[in-house]
Design a protein around this ligand. Structure first.
Ligand code: CAA
Length: 258
């Protein structure tokens, strides 16, 4: 394992634990911390005795977003040439499951990072948001896409257009995260969850991750086309005839399953 300055790494019984460690800036994500994170993930991904990885921060902050000081004076050309946003994308090459264990701030690029993981757990103090609108920009590392798919259009609009923050309980109720744990237990319980997954059939786990991501990433046009075909096909069934006739005749339908 390489030596890192802005992250800490350790192994916890088949789980590769990576801790973002820039506490003075609430773990703001700059190029170096992202590069170190992706390097550590790639390293653990190759280790036979590791089944999953867990990314965490500290109790006050998972990550408060991209490092604003490193972007403030950038032109569009400089932003386009920068490896910064593509570095976020490297997480998609990782085959083993990745869990994000969040406490405190999970904002902007921090939420985009968490949403790039496969499961998200949180302490009861976590708060989730995409506050880029306050900076005169929009999310650039997947926030408009992944958040919309995770919580639906209306809530994503409100979070991104009007900086609505979600508490941990809200994030759980909207399906953005998997579990909320008490503050003094969240890390240990998240590691336990990652360890459970790590003990399962490795190839099936990686295949399942890949298949679920295919469903998540599928193209809306293709999905709509598929839905339309299935919709038309149902007009060949007796149940469609019966259901529609029963409605028009104001009586309960009797289904034949044909
Ligand atoms: N970038 C750089 N520095 C940051 C930072 C960020 N995203 N978030 C916090 N910091 C720094 C602050 O500048 C401050 O540094 P100094 O002590 O040197 O002044 C330190 O962390 C503590 O921050 P605050 O004094 O602001 O602490 P607070 O408790 O009053 O507020 C906070 C905490 C609500 C997280 C607030 O810091 C905040 O709003 N941060 C910015 C959040 C944000 O806008 N994130 C989106 C970034 S853009 C992005 O992520 C684009 C993308 O899609 C990739």
């Amino acid at each position: 394992m390489n030596s890192y300055q802005l992250i800490l790494t350790e192994t916890k019984d088949r789980v590769g634990l990576i801790t973002l460690n820039r506490p003075k800036s609430y773990n703001a994500l700059n190029q170096q911390i992202l590069t170190e994170l992706m390097d550590a993930l790639a390293h653990f991904d190759k280790q036979k005795d590791i089944g999953s990885m867990l990314i965490t921060g500290n109790q006050k902050s998972f990550a408060a977003g991209a490092d604003i000081s490193s972007m403030v004076d950038s032109s569009p050309e400089e932003m386009r040439k920068s490896p910064f946003i593509p570095t976020f994308g490297l997480i998609r090459d990782i085959k083993k499951p990745i869990l994000a264990a969040v406490s405190g701030y999970c904002l902007g690029g921090g939420l985009e990072l968490a949403m790039s993981c496969d499961l998200i757990t949180a302490s009861e103090t976590a708060s989730f948001g995409q506050p880029e609108i306050n900076l005169g920009i929009i999310p650039g590392a997947g926030g408009t896409q992944r958040l919309t798919r995770a919580v639906g259009k209306s809530l994503a609009m409100e979070m991104i257009l009007n900086n609505r923050l979600l508490s941990a309980e809200e994030a759980l109720s909207f399906g953005l995260i998997n579990h909320v744990y008490p503050l003094d237990e969240y890390l240990e319980r998240s590691i336990e969850l990652a360890q459970q997954i790590s003990r399962r059939a490795p190839l099936a786990i990686q295949t399942a991750k890949s298949a679920i991501n295919a469903a998540f990433e599928g193209n809306l046009s293709e999905g709509l086309e598929k839905e339309r075909d299935l919709f038309y096909d149902l007009f060949a069934t007796e149940d469609q005839q019966e259901g529609m006739k029963a409605f028009l005749e104001k009586r309960p339908a009797v289904w034949s399953g044909r």
